[in-house]
Ligand binder design. Structure first.
Ligand SMILES: O=C(CO)[C@@H](O)[C@H](O)[C@H](O)[C@H](O)COP(=O)(O)O
Ligand SMILES: O=C[C@H](O)COP(=O)(O)O
Length: 951
């Protein structure tokens, strides 16, 4: 695009004499900065500039013009793609505003404006538009700015309101005379309101952008269709080709002239108001059969604006002719409009469609723009963001792309962030979404957490023992396992069991005089943390005396029973959780951050990393490049369309505990109403032959670890057609961003499954069943009697009548064989062991699960009770009926009393196992319980031998 070399000689300059302001429908940083824009203003008489999402898409989506600012922002801040775009756009707009400022001053605020449009996603959202228009107006802070608001029905009240607020408004996306009239009404009312409030109306500028060429585009197509179909009025129709848009515009101008004569306007004018000018937009010629300057030459008239795209501007400079065309042949234009009616061209329908399509096309341009910004951002951030690689079979990959596209079209990620429950089941979901803001919130309150961290360090604890279950323990466990011990801080231990031996083992790991105890329970009423607290408070009291409470902190939701108990027992501190965050989504709230602080995790770095995850998954980041939506879509599509519902998490060593947290999140969130994802964690990787077609692998990989063999094994799976998502972390701390990404992914997969990912009805059910049993114990000093349906040596078998009937056999091996014979392709086997979770039992259960996997080619879960009850237990009971469960219980070699209760830890654990089994049976699951009597080690060895023989 060239400016005329001789000032004042460009035909564009002649437009000014006819009272029309030529504006440029284009912005680009390079163009502003290399003097081209200034030359247009100086030599071609360009007196204004407009931008829109499509213009910015081209500007920012291509080339390197914006790279320097990208780098600069990203070096100092953690921002979303939407915020980045806005910063870049605001810089552009301010630079253009400065170039136009002399015009603005010279014309006494009549001209010299640059326009910035509100987000196109808000075109149907009055309140959102009002808020954003105000925000952008303040952010740009230039008097010659115009905020563009679409003239949709929803835009009208926003236009009136912002005019009344004194904001310059460019009303865009106008196609019909009717809507234009409504816009004039909104503008006048806005000014009147302002005037009535005693505020100045001088200097409140406005234009109404009437789109021209798009009208011809649609009308001409309709004419061509009818002519082709042999319409009897073919000649009359053809005569209208290329005429309707201009006639339509002329009618708008006539209306404007009437308004300018109205007493209503005169009053405002006398008060110092300036007219809202008509602006011709969409003035580039689309139909090559027409003159390339048609929509400039034919629309020239006093007090109007034409915003001209670059190519049309060049053409007009080259051969444009200026005449006052707008007032010419007005009667002929009226006749054109009458013909439109006579020939039954449904102009109202056409303009309504143009508006809808206009909104959608700007949304799409914005999606494209934000997608490019997000991609560039990820490239500039490099190793600061974990990478995601999808290796999916073609059909699966195509379905994921479809799923992402649907999410994009429906704007679902924005709905999710807007807490719109219709994303899921439209029930209580909106009450459970505070985790979306928790990282920002914790960063805002970082000083409190840091102060606590310093105090903990100063007190020099050698150990930190966290007592909690599920959402209150698994996140802290990941921190402990991933980061290990930090210099100057105690070792973080996490106890989440009622197994007496395990409680005892943990007691042996600590010196109560040197231990900080963290009791974590959102509800404050969960059985396990409460009895663990009773036990360890007693231990501490014996070691420390009356001040034992000073070694305890509680993390709990405000007003819980635990909070009351903490106060009563003189706890050092109570930290609050957020009620609107469910346990499994709470790791980045105080439930994760307090143990992180106490164990010396660098809090700011950790939270900033989490924030990178939050921003990467922001509402403004389109699905295809939004890591949370991407992962959630793969999960959702995999499960619903391809039966790949066993989310098999493979991890490199240093980050492997993440799987234990992720399995709770995924299983408890999605496994309900007979649907859901079954996470399979820590199942040693094997060759493709060991896997069925129900698997989806997630390879969670720390790039700095040596993982060549695992990489190769994963490659073999991919080559064999198994779907694999590889998540590559560049450093361990990136688990912080993964926490958030998996939360979004889980919520997204919940939408695909049409379930509420924030409740856990079946976990509650087994808690109730357990409570009944412990209550019975308190009354009778015994759990209700139970009778095994078979006994073989040290093994006793229990089941409900239906399961017992299905697994009948002469001895243990036959029973186990009958049970495992029920496993079929697509099922999974869950080993649910209510024993101490120590190295030996982990090894035992791992070996056994692999034997089952390899014999049956099914997924396996190796879980310890009662830990899993607060985790995968939900999906086992409420999810798809594809689980075959073997519950393993045992006599406790040594029991432990629970201070203040009649029951012991052993009794509680037994009640939990029975409650668990009862609910599994109630849900019709294939389940069998085997109880090991006497020596556990010998019993486990025998059981393993028998199962192997039975497979
Ligand atoms: O609305 C304004 C100015 O107010 C313009 O920037 C407007 O968005 C553009 O002229 C149109 O989007 C261009 O339309 P088209 O040439 O793509 O049909
Ligand atoms: O996952 C959450 C567990 O069920 C524990 O709940 P809580 O934090 O209320 O004790």
């Amino acid at each position: 695009m060239n400016a005329s070399s001789v000032a004042g000689k460009s035909p564009l300059c002649a437009l000014e004499k006819s009272g029309q302001s030529p504006w440029l429908d284009f912005v680009r940083r390079g163009y502003t900065r290399d003097g081209s824009m200034a030359a247009l203003i100086e030599h071609d008489g360009v007196t204004g500039v407009t931008s829109n999402p499509a213009i910015f898409q081209k500007a920012m989506g291509e080339g390197t013009d914006y790279d320097a600012q990208f780098r600069d922002i990203l070096a100092h801040e953690i921002v979303s793609a939407g915020a980045l775009y806005e910063r870049l756009a605001i810089t552009d707009i301010r630079e253009v505003a400065k170039l136009l400022r002399p015009v603005f001053d010279r014309t006494n605020m009549t001209d010299g404006y640059v326009s910035l449009e509100v987000s196109p996603y808000l075109a149907r959202d009055t309140e959102g538009t009002i808020e954003e228009a105000g925000r952008l107006w303040s952010a740009v802070a230039e008097p010659n700015l115009m905020i563009k608001i679409p003239g949709t029905k929803e835009g009208l009240p926003a236009i009136e309101r912002k005019i009344a607020d004194g904001v310059n408004i460019n009303v865009t996306l106008l196609f019909s005379l009717e809507r234009y009239k409504a816009v004039v009404e909104a503008w006048l009312s806005g000014l009147e309101k302002r005037h009535a409030e005693g505020k100045p109306v001088t200097g409140v500028a406005s234009v109404a952008s009437f789109f021209v060429s798009r009208v011809d585009g649609k009308v001409d197509a309709e004419i061509d269709r009818r002519v082709k179909a042999g319409d009897a009025e073919a000649e009359a129709l053809k005569a209208l080709r290329g005429k309707v848009a201009i006639a339509n515009a002329k009618m708008a101008y006539q209306h404007w002239l009437d308004v300018m004569k109205s007493p209503r306007w005169t009053k405002l004018k006398d008060a110092g108001a300036q007219p809202q000018r008509l602006l011709w937009a969409s003035t580039g010629t689309k139909d090559k059969a027409y003159s390339d300057v048609l929509y400039v030459e034919e629309l020239i008239g006093p007090e109007t604006v034409n915003t001209i795209p670059p190519a049309t501007l060049d053409a007009f400079r080259d051969h444009g002719k200026v005449r006052e065309s707008l007032l010419e042949n007005v009667d002929a234009a009226r006749k054109v409009m009458a013909e439109v009616v006579r020939l039954k061209i449904d102009l109202p329908a056409i303009t309504a469609r143009l508006e809808d399509e206009g909104v959608v096309s700007f949304e799409e341009a914005f999606d494209g723009l934000l997608g490019s910004v997000a991609k560039k951002q990820a490239a500039f951030l490099g190793n600061k963001l974990a990478e995601t690689k999808l290796s999916l079979p073609a059909e699966f990959d195509a379905a994921v792309k479809d799923g992402l596209e649907t999410w994009r079209k429906d704007g679902t990620i924005r709905k999710l962030w807007a807490r719109d429950a219709s994303v899921w089941t439209g029930t209580t979901e909106a009450n459970w979404l505070k985790w979306l803001d928790i990282v920002d919130d914790r960063l805002e309150h970082l000083s409190e957490l840091e102060a606590f961290q310093n105090e903990v360090k100063a007190r020099g604890f050698s150990q930190v023992l966290l007592l909690g279950m599920g959402g209150s323990s698994l996140g802290p466990e990941v921190l402990a396992m991933t980061f290990g011990k930090h210099e100057g801080f105690g070792h973080l231990y996490v106890l989440d069991s009622t197994d007496p031996q395990q409680v005892r083992t943990f007691e042996g790991k600590i010196d109560p005089k040197e231990t900080l105890f963290i009791v974590s329970s959102k509800s404050g009423s969960t059985l396990e943390p409460n009895i663990m607290l009773s036990y360890f408070f007693d231990v501490a009291k014996k070691a420390i005396g009356e001040n034992a409470g000073h070694h305890f902190v509680a993390v709990t939701d405000p007003g819980s029973a635990l909070e009351a108990r903490a106060k009563k027992d003189g706890f050092w501190k109570v930290f609050h959780g957020v009620k609107q965050i469910g346990g499994r989504y709470s790791v980045l709230s105080n439930f994760g951050m307090v143990p992180a602080a106490a164990s010396g995790v660098p809090l700011r770095l950790f939270l900033e990393d989490a924030l990178r995850g939050v921003r990467a998954c922001d509402a403004s980041v389109p699905p295809a490049v939004n890591p949370g939506v991407l992962l959630g879509t793969v999960f959702g599509v995999g499960a619903t369309k391809f039966g790949r519902d066993k989310i098999t998490i493979i991890a490199t060593k240093q980050v492997m505990d993440f799987g234990a947290w992720a399995e709770q999140l995924v299983a408890e969130s999605t496994g309900k109403q007979g649907k859901g994802l079954i996470p399979i964690d820590d199942e040693t990787l094997a060759g493709p032959a060991h896997y069925g077609t129900d698997r989806l692998f997630v390879y969670f990989r720390l790039a700095t670890e040596h993982s060549h063999e695992q990489d190769e094994a994963v490659r073999t799976l991919i080559d064999a057609g198994q779907p694999v998502v590889t998540i590559n972390l560049h450093e361990r701390r990136q688990i912080a961003q993964e926490f958030f990404r998996w939360e979004i992914a889980t919520a997204v997969s919940g939408a695909f499954l049409h379930i509420n990912p924030f409740d856990q009805p079946d976990v509650e059910a087994s808690k109730i069943a357990t409570k009944k049993l412990t209550a019975a114990y308190n009354e009778t000093d015994a759990l209700p009697a139970e009778t095994p349906f078979a006994v073989d040596g040290d093994l006793a078998f229990f089941a409900d009548a239906k399961n017992a009937g299905a697994v009948k056999g002469a001895n243990a091996e036959a029973i186990l064989k009958a049970h495992f014979d029920r496993v079929k392709a697509g099922d999974y086997v869950g080993l649910l062991a209510y024993i101490e979770r120590d190295r030996a039992s982990i090894e035992w259960i791992q070996h056994l699960r692999l034997a089952i996997r390899d014999a049956k080619t099914v997924a396996t879960a190796a879980e310890f009770g009662p830990r899993f009850l607060h985790s995968t237990g939900q999906a086992y009971k409420g999810g798809p009926d594809t689980g075959v469960f073997l519950q393993i219980t045992a006599d406790d070699a040594h029991d432990l009393p629970v201070p203040g209760e009649r029951y012991s830890f052993g009794v509680v654990k037994a009640a939990q196992a029975r409650g668990d089994f009862d609910v599994l049976a109630e849900r019709g699951r294939r389940a069998l319980r085997v109880h090991i009597k006497g020596d556990l080690k010998a019993g486990l060895a025998r059981l393993s031998t028998l199962i192997r023989a039975a497979l």
